[in-house]
Ligand binder design. Structure first.
Ligand code: SF4
Ligand code: SF4
Length: 197
């Protein structure tokens, strides 16, 4: 991994530690990492887990996840003529989640594009593989635990579904199950399963 990327990610400390031959910092479970004091975790029924909040704030915005092959969010955006709009990328999804957590945008104020991008995401978790934070952890050069994109985006979609946005059949069923009701189950406008990619 290029040292300038490491430096961007973790500051000069890690790069300096490496030059000095220091061993990697010990792994700490995500629940032990400090949470951003300005996030009202109790407000978020599905996203309000320490490991998810920490994941959002550990994203370095490096863009390595934009190289994910077979990402439904990016593929559907291209098929619908949206080119490579940032919102329709794993990094863009995380940026919107962060804006919500920091209350820079309210959930009922999300742009149609932001909602559409979330609906395109299948929460498959493929973008976890090229993610630079996860690579650094697996290579033993960072104590930061994985960003679990699958769990993060699933919780995000559930959050949007609960707020009244259409995230597709699966999320309607999940919400209905939580409420103990049968799901109203109209067909999705355009489903996209893994085999379609
Ligand atoms: S979870 Fe899957 S569909 Fe969603 S952004 Fe990541 S790779 Fe794309
Ligand atoms: S690769 Fe990981 S750290 Fe980089 S922008 Fe994507 S989610 Fe964030």
């Amino acid at each position: 991994m290029p040292s300038e990327l490491l430096s961007q990610m973790y500051g000069d400390r890690i790069a300096a530690d490496q030059e000095l031959g220091e061993p990697p910092l010990p792994w700490r479970p995500p629940e032990e990492l400090p949470l951003p004091a300005w996030v009202d975790i109790g407000k978020w029924r599905h996203l309000g887990k320490p490991e998810l909040i920490n994941a959002v704030f550990r994203c370095t915005r490096c863009g390595m996840c934009l190289t994910t092959e077979r990402c439904a969010t990016m593929i559907k955006a291209r098929r619908r003529g949206k080119g490579h709009h940032e919102l329709y990328t794993p990094r863009g999804l995380i940026s919107v989640i962060r804006a919500l957590l920091e209350e820079r945008v309210q959930i009922d104020e999300l742009s149609p594009q932001a909602v559409e991008a979330a609906s395109f995401c299948t929460a498959c978790g493929r973008c976890s593989v090229p993610c630079i934070v996860n690579k650094a952890y697996h290579e033993g050069i960072s104590p930061s635990p994985n960003i679990d994109h699958k769990q993060l985006f699933e919780s995000y979609k559930l959050t949007l579904a609960e707020a009244g946005y259409d995230m597709g059949r699966r999320y309607r069923k999940m919400l209905a199950a939580v409420a103990g009701q049968p799901a109203a189950d109209p067909p999705d406008e355009e489903g996209m399963e893994d085999e379609d990619l």
